[in-house]
Ligand binder design. Sequence first.
Ligand code: TXA
Ligand code: MG
Length: 347
Amino acid sequence: METQLYQITDPERDAAVLEKAAGILRRGGLVVFPTETVYGLGGNATDENAAKAIYAAKGRPSDNPLIIHVADPTEAEPYAVTSDAYYRLARHFMPGPLTVILPKKDSIPLSVTGGLDTVAIRCPDHAVARALIKATGLPIAAPSANRSGRPSPTCAAHAAEDLTGRVDMILDGGDCEVGLESTIVKLEGDSGVLLRPGAVTPEDLRRVIPDLTIAPAVTAALGEGERVLSPGMKYRHYAPAAPLVLLEGEEARVRAFLIEKAAERGVGILCFDEEIPLMPTGAVLFPVGGKADLETQAHRLFAALREADAAPEVHQLYAHLPPMDGLGLALYNRAIRAAAHTIVHIT
Ligand code: TXA
Ligand code: MG
């Protein structure tokens, strides 16, 4: 399949490109588009064949359900059983990097939800994404636009790396602002469970859902045969080719350890920006941002992992273990998956 690539910044000025993309989606094709979190691989969420094509393009197991993207929170009505709690979340966080799991209606085929009787609803905060959804008049199913097992794409070049020849069109809208996938909350009446942490933090969510709980799989390794609330939790995501070890412990000691390791051949370090001048010459570094600047770390993490993958000399990676509060929890969650839960305490 030939993949058309278009740049798009202003949906009004680039209306012709947008209409072309919407036409592809209406005919059952696949379009990669930017959102504020990561790039999405979009298809018509009411079309079983489009869902099949999405799974095939990603090489993704078909029991891992897709998120339905709408242009406005009220547009979830034909597809999901909404509630007061849903609209409270929507008022605070939509459009934005939040996905809400609700009971599904029959308009969404089971092949889109991996056989589940629930559906994931998200309203992205990105002008191109929302204009595209509006132009199709359809709900758009969109997983992250990476091949299964690769980091989510935070720019069009990453998506093109993984999906050229496998989708009809890629819309290049520049870098994604957030850089980590949306927060996922499953609503059960007025209560909620956090299934995937993102830029909407547990602290944010508890202002609306005071008794929000956090699914154990967010921070812990899954035990043998354990059941998960979100099928995506059981797959090893975001895995760099070189094994990644996460370091925790007193800051000066961890830093000293990293400086020593950086001198070894084949070692790559995902370091803080302020550590760059401390590292030995010839060290292979993938800077992720300042230690206190979690926004930049979120923005850069997946790109840094892709860069590390593209560095053939690197066969061992080290990084700092992120904190578990605020946006840190989302970084922590992605990092422990990329590291297959390998955490070393430096004493
Ligand atoms: O930021 C995002 O959410 C991006 C952009 C493109 O919107 N999309 C994204 O989709 O990250 P994906 O498919 O890579 O991740 C969706 C996650 C999966 O882990 C899946 O298991 C979970 O959402 N999920 C989807 N529907 C679900 C459901 N009904 N119940 C529980 N988990 C669900
Ligand atoms: Mg994904």
